[in-house]
Design a protein around this ligand. Structure first.
Ligand SMILES: C[S@@+](CC[C@H](N)C(=O)[O-])C[C@H]1O[C@@H](n2cnc3c(N)ncnc32)[C@H](O)[C@@H]1O
Length: 260
């Protein structure tokens, strides 16, 4: 994997996977942590996002930051994906190891690859017609991830993003953040045996991530069209969908990369 250390940090969660292999450390407990942090509601979000991905027209999907494979496992349950190709990638070998194990009999339907979603020089331009990323944009430099998604998507290709968002009614959002500030450290501490990193990043990322409208604007600024979003659970998270325009090669905000 080609890693440019200069490209790290600069994300809503202030996370740097080169400095802290938190997902490698918690890989075996990640699914339990998701249940604890969201009181199990993440299962509904993921079922919904898998359905949204399955309903899009594509033949080849790249799921970035796939983690333990929660989204692709649900996606493969949809009959419409039987003849489609799925590439699931993540920067953490530990998380990919769990994904591999969880895939079981479905393993041959998915290609698992260790990739940094911010910089994927081994993935050719316009080689997939769908790109998805769930609960990871807040811990990545989302500008770089969106540039890469735009680059690897073929014209007309679909983007699906599940990410933390904001509850539009301010007092409820404040109450939610207050609840998370108290419960997340407690649950995280208990579930990880005192490893503070996981919930510190998540909390920071949730607070700093843009609103659903703000992310929609960023997607448009990156050149995506047909941008839409639907809030889930009052707006705790949102599912954004977008399309790379027909006939466009580069994102308007794409950066020149050394060797990229
Ligand atoms: C919160 S988990 C989400 C996993 C999965 N998508 C889900 O919805 O359950 C975030 C994942 O992003 C991965 N990750 C973090 N930074 C990354 C990067 N730059 N490139 C690829 N994966 C990254 C982590 O290793 C972790 O598996």
């Amino acid at each position: 994997m080609n890693v440019d250390a200069q490209t790290k940090v600069d994300n809503a969660a202030d996370f740097d996977w080169l400095q802290d292999d938190v997902f490698g450390r918690i890989a075996s407990r990640y699914d339990l942590l998701c249940d604890l942090f969201s009181l199990g509601i993440h299962r509904l979000w993921k079922r919904r996002v898998a359905r949204r991905i399955a309903d899009e027209h594509w033949t080849r999907l790249l799921d970035g930051a796939t983690g333990t494979g929660d989204i692709i496992l649900r996606l493969l349950a949809h009959e419409s994906t039987a003849d489609r190709t799925v590439i699931a990638s993540d920067v953490s070998a530990g998380m990919l190891g769990i994904a591999q194990r969880r895939l079981g009999d479905n393993a041959e339907r998915v290609r698992l690859e260790r990739l940094d979603a911010e910089h994927m020089p081994s993935v050719a331009d316009e080689c997939v017609d769908a790109y998805s990323i769930s609960l990871a944009l807040k811990i990545c430099n989302r500008g770089k991830v969106l540039n890469e998604a735009f680059r690897v998507l073929s014209p007309g290709g679909r983007l699906v993003v599940l990410e933390a968002s904001n509850i539009p009614w301010g007092p409820l959002q404040a109450a939610y953040l207050g609840y998370m500030s108290v419960c997340m450290p407690l649950l995280g501490w208990l579930a990880t045996g005192g490893d503070a990193s996981a919930y510190r990043y998540l909390l920071h990322g949730i607070r700093e991530f843009p609103s659903a409208e703000g992310l929609a604007d960023e997607l448009r600024a990156h050149g995506f069209e047909d941008v839409a979003f639907e809030r889930q659970s009052l707006g705790i998270v949102a599912i954004h969908t977008a399309r790379k325009p027909w006939g466009s090669q580069r994102s308007p905000v794409s950066e020149a990369r050394p060797g990229g």
